[in-house]
Ligand binder design. Sequence first.
Ligand code: ATP
Length: 897
Amino acid sequence: MNNKNEEFRNVSKPHALPIDAILADLRSDRDGLSSDAAARRLERLGPNRLPEPPKEGQLKRFFKHFHDTLIYILIAAGAVTAVLGHWVDTGVILGVVVINAIIGFIQEGKAEQALEGLRKMLSLQAHALRDGEWRETDAEQLVPGDIVRLRSGDRVPADLRLMEAINLRIEESALTGESMPTAKNTEAVRDDAGVGDRSCMAFSGTLVAAGRGTGVVVATGAQTELGKIDRMISEVQTLATPLTRQMDKFGRTLSIVIVGMAALMFLTGWVLHDFSLDELFIAAIGFAVAAIPEGLPAILTITLAIGVQRMARRKAITRKLNAVETLGSVTVICSDKTGTLTRNEMTVVHLVTGDGRYDAEGSGYAPRGGIHREGRQVTIADHEDLRRLVEIFAVCNDSAIVEDNGQWRVIGEPTEGALKTLAKKAGFSDKGYQRLAVIPFESENKFMATLTRSSGKGTRILMKGAPDRLLDRCARQAGKNGREEPLDRSFWEEQVDALGARGLRVLAAAIREVEEEKDELAMEDLDREMVFAGLVGIIDPPRPEAIAAIKTCRQAGIRVIMITGDHAGTAAAIGQDMGIGSGREAVTGDAIEAASDEELGRMAGESDIFARTSPGHKLRLVQALQARGEVVAMTGDGVNDAPALKQADVGIAMGIKGTEATKGAADIVLSDDNFATIERAVQEGRTIYDNLRKAVVFILPTNGAEGLVVLVAVVFGLELPLTPVQILWVNMVTAVTLALALAFEPSEPGLMSRPPRKTDAPILDALFLWRIAFVSTMIGLATIAVFIVQRRLGMDLPAARTLAVNTLVFGQLFYLFNSRFLHESSLGFSRLFANRVAWLMAGVLTMLQMVFVYAPFMHSWFGSASQSLRYWPVPLGIGLSVFLAVEAEKALLSRRT
Ligand code: ATP
């Protein structure tokens, strides 16, 4: 490696210079930097990150919480009470206004932190050459001089001057607005070429649409072209979903209605009864404060944030919050096979050549175990057919296996890793082979080919890939004793079917000699002249947890469809092992191709396994399923899966295997690529939706009951059982304690035995409206009754009001335990104690009520009064009655349905 001291020079016009000049300026070379040099450069230049867009100032964010209907009402109320000389009330009201803003500010901060955390989990990775080895590095660690490798689907991690470009096409819309990918090469261009014309450059933030390439980093962070135009590519997320947005709108409309009702109440009270203006004004304010559900938006936001955090802990990272809700209505999950349903740990177990069959021992990537023919161990030295097959698979290969602390793992593709392990088991060495050109593997082609020169064997094309694709390109085969003979296609197809029926992934190899001096490889070179060399069967065991998850999905009314690039027989056999498709034949990509939209719709309704598909088929399948009214979740990893993921109701990208392009198009990213995680995400999605609804159904009756109390008092000309500041107190303490508990609510039992939620089902269905009305009336009337009875019995006003407040609060507290289950009974030890936060909050609330009742300063601020112990059973008894009444209602309704 060269002397990579830090005195490198910034290259001002890298697109106009030859690559060697740039490498020299950057004090780098084709072997990349050492990790020491990179670390020093990183320290000097800072991380490869765009400067964060300026955040809203904390003060501005705090004051935003004063921009709210309720707050305006409260401020007006504060002003009026001041004019009337009720200074204590003014103080309390303004105090509450400030506390309310503080609570909102803190909750919003927490929720945003949660989102920020999710964003960080999706950090960009890059392949950089360090210390002479390809390493996966955090893109933020890249420095000028690093050599970086690009593959289709990658997001370019920094500005690169390309030194190798194989069919490389890059989509630069992030920078130029042009959505058609531009072809890239390595030739320098004129120094006045515009960004869009610098074809030898790959710019940070753009997407590799196809091909491969290598380049040297010439600019990082703010120095990149993207940094210069100061545009962030990550979309800004807001904590909102259709449900919360709908509730927001509902809340706003409700506020206006309530203000109108308060005015009406004011007039009624004035005309019908001899209330003083002063009293009426207090009552109207009290009513508005009581009935407006001001805590609701904040609680919904927090519930959502806690939900997505919980989902992320369970390895499903939410990119678009709408998906959280949609997950609960998913009726079909379309999943890739390899790596999602199976383990993606490939081992070659069987080989077939024109001369015979072989078995390979061992499991995983450890090169332990021999190769056998008819029960006897064999070597490649004795079997030329075997040697040739192993040679093609090992040399036409971009991956490697390495041993780390006794564990063998693959760097690169698992399929290719399995072939490398096979080569090592067979004792084959790939030294002395020179690669002159390559056609890389793409899902569309399903094969890879190299032009390779080796001593003694001349120049040859080596090719490996899906058997059907290779058979199409071969007219001859390597037969017995290495003799070439005409291709016996039906023999090979039988072999492929037999291996596939065992659930093995089948890969074929082919070879052709070409003229010695040939140094380029084109698709036309892979014509019918290739010579078929044989097959291998690769085992990829199912993930046991995925089998269980498929079963759960079925119980939850969700169909699971397997979509794979693999052979139909293999797909059907694995499907059978996993409980997909019940052993029926798979539909192939060719059949999808030939089908009309209607036919495809029918196929999508009948078949659960689609094999030999290309990414384009996925899009058509999603559309066909959606046309049948299904809500579709679709997984993907390759760059060409992006359109299907976008079209799907929930697009799911693989976090490990997936390309940046798919992650960018996805709603959810799985950090473990596992099907079982999708099932858990559905479960979490259903839980979050449940919890949002529970929050609504819990909070609205507090407002309903309070509003009712004030309304009844004014209409019947009674003393007010609650003053505005007392109502503020109740709302404040229940919002920070009880409502928050529901955000931590675990999944309901039986959650995954319910059918998916209908997308058009309203949030506030009839049962909900009934429950809200029922509970509001119960708690409201009980509060008024307690107040009137105690006043009649001679209790003084502050004490009676204190008792009324306690009745309201404890009614809510007991009702919280009803709300934890919307339909099911809350009775039973395990159900009552499942959510510890609920109990903690109940404890906190009781303490707060103690302060309210017994602290002298509360007496002067909130007009409360000490209460003798013998009165406590009243609110507790009423609370318990509310609880039992709602349980009885649930039991009755569930019996009727
Ligand atoms: P899934 O869509 O379930 O992830 P898959 O991984 O089998 O399935 P692809 O990666 O598109 O889908 O592979 C399709 C076929 O291409 C495989 O069945 C195999 O025959 C062939 N193939 C896979 N990887 C390679 C490779 N590295 N080189 C050559 N051929 C390959």
